[in-house]
Design a protein around this ligand. Structure first.
Ligand code: SAM
Length: 248
């Protein structure tokens, strides 16, 4: 269970209405019942339900069962153009499961969905973290233009530009020499460098955006294979390769 309160030995704390309702009425627990909680800061704790007064309960931390892990410096940032609602939710959920450090929706020329619900993203992140027993929560950024998101990347971050048209012979970089490298080879060659994975919208990037991205010194164009994947599949595929090669 996720809680917002600080977790420390001996420091009992009251639960809010929603948390109390979940434990007392949905799970039908009562005083003394053991519960496992985390808050994204203090590790994972065994706690027990303390006082129940009316509809409200308090929790009493018993012992810490896992310390708060360090977020691996190599954990990827996911930059993605939001797609339809259900598919965007899917991307946020899977990025949390697969260890993304940051989830950054970005506006590109062809991004169709031009608003996002951050409260909804936070809820999905929490549920996915609970489900995967992930103790750290990915940071969720507000929707911003792609250029601004790239400007905000820390120095030394390599932009993994997922480019399904890397072998386009008519493009300035075209033909065999311009083919995007397989993502696994590119990631394997980067050592410990932090990465930001970029996935485009349903309509892909415009030729101008691709020229610009290809021309960036911090970018490596990568292929996810010969088939053109839906944006949500591409996000999962790219993060899965990172997880398999570098995830802790
Ligand atoms: N509308 C585009 C087209 O038909 O050429 C396809 C865009 S695809 C649905 C959405 C995004 O997923 C792309 O912008 C790219 O970032 C990523 N993607 C999909 N398949 C890929 C592949 N095989 N290699 C690299 N990136 C891929």
């Amino acid at each position: 269970l996720f809680v917002t309160q600080d977790l420390a030995e001996g420091a009992a704390f009251p639960l809010d209405d929603a948390q109390s309702n979940y434990l007392l009425r949905v799970l039908r627990l009562g005083t003394g019942a053991p519960v496992r909680v985390f808050n994204g800061r203090d590790g994972e704790w065994d706690v027990r339900i303390g006082n129940v007064q009316g509809k409200r309960a308090s929790l009493e931390p018993v012992s810490r069962v896992r310390p708060q892990p360090d977020v691996p410096a190599s954990a990827p940032i996911l930059l993605f153009a939001p797609v339809k609602k259900a598919e965007t939710d899917f991307i946020v959920e899977k990025a949390t499961e697969l260890g993304a450090a940051q989830i950054c929706p970005v506006l590109t020329e062809r991004t169709q969905t031009r608003t996002v619900r951050l409260d909804r993203f936070h809820k999905i992140v929490l549920e996915a973290a609970e489900q995967t027993e992930r103790l750290d929560l990915p940071e969720v950024k507000d929707l911003q233009p792609l250029a601004a998101a790239l400007d905000a990347l820390a120095a030394g971050t390599v932009l993994i530009f997922c480019d399904e048209r890397g072998d386009d012979a008519d493009a300035p970089w075209g033909g065999e020499t311009g083919r995007a490298g397989p993502i696994a080879d590119v990631l394997a060659g980067l050592g410990e460098a932090p990465v930001a994975i970029l996935i485009g919208p349903e309509g892909g990037f415009t030729p101008e955006e691709r020229d610009w991205l290809r021309g960036r010194e911090d970018a490596a164009a990568v292929s996810l294979g010969p088939r053109i994947l839906r944006a949500e599949t591409a996000a999962v595929a790219a993060l899965s390769v990172w997880q398999a090669l570098k995830g802790d």
